[in-house]
Design a protein around this ligand. Sequence first.
Ligand code: NIG
Ligand code: FE
Length: 411
Amino acid sequence: MSKILIKNIKGLVQCGENLPKIRKGDEMKELPILENAFLAIEDGVIVSYGKMKECSGVTDWRDLEVIDAEGKFVLPAFCDSHTHTVFAKSREEEFVHRINGLSYEDIASNGGGILNSAARLQEMSEDELFNSSMKRIDQLKSYGTGALEIKSGYGLTIESELKMLRVIKRLKAESDIIIKSTFLGAHAYPLKFKENHKGYIDQIINEMLPKINQEGLADYIDVFCERNYFSVDDMSQILDAGINYGLRPKVHVNQFSSIGGVRKAVEKNALSVDHMEEISNDDICALQGTSTIVTILPSCSYFLSIPYSNARRLIQNDIPIALASDFNPGSTPSGNLSFVWSLACIKMKMTPEEALNALTLNAAYAMDLPDTHGTISIGKKTPIIITKKIPSLAYIPYSFGEQNIERLIVK
Ligand code: NIG
Ligand code: FE
């Protein structure tokens, strides 16, 4: 049995029993912190915590690793509920085109963007993809990510979508952090189907989904619902087909325009609607009082120089928010969630506490992990973060670009 005792913790963050599964509105300001605390973990399960003065009950010191966390904070690992971590190659040439004046949408309509990634991925072997993705996951863990969602969507043919999803299945089996898998065959129309959208939708519904179901390759279904990509009607058909196979929707909506995808996704009981750089009054009405959470991706806004989502408006309207990285080669080539935390505070005026709720407790909700991840509670299996010595918790988002995560402990 592995046993870890962390003592002299400056602040044990997001800890307690019977905490809510989701926080929204004013509740997002709440962040329980136990000062001068200890935490005990056995075989990856949290078994005890409290104030240092109560920490006398260690009876069995055999094989006990004792960590002195003086001056350091301990928090539940970040949950990254929206990523495209499996991809073939980086796309810095498009980054340079954007500096020279093209927009993300211009590049896509010239055959770049997602289609560029798909062409490269189609040539790559499953093993190469697996190995490069596993390396990326190690890097994400060094940033404090302790649970990860990964999407397909750079295959766009039957074989290549299955290849991506099989890679994700292997990553699930071989990584020590929890991974959730999302089928995003509807990420872009392949060139072959440029004039025949129905043909590609038929392929997704009648050929990809049955195989994905047979091999148990996905937990969720996603569609990029956007002008020049998939319409609300296209999305509706694809989500229905996914739902028939037990896949709950988690969708890309409102990155560039609000075209009614939010209301439709909520109607389909989506777990999350992601991006939301654009928000209409009708989107707000559609979301209020539902179980759908909004996942905001501020490092995508940063990288593409597009508007940031209006987090304050969502909070004022009692709509819960999660934050995620969107790690991918086109719009967000970084999976650093401390940087996302900084952007949430600096660019969207979320307080450090609100943003940390969105990266832990609410993020765990956004990937169906509220019973194991997101808070430090007895019996939970969440990986935990030990920070470096820092003056306060707000120092992490404040010192943007600095690496303040010292260690991620996974069972
Ligand atoms: O979430 N917007 C759609 N998909 C990704 C970007 C994909 C790409 O450019 O490769 C996103 O930003
Ligand atoms: Fe995305």
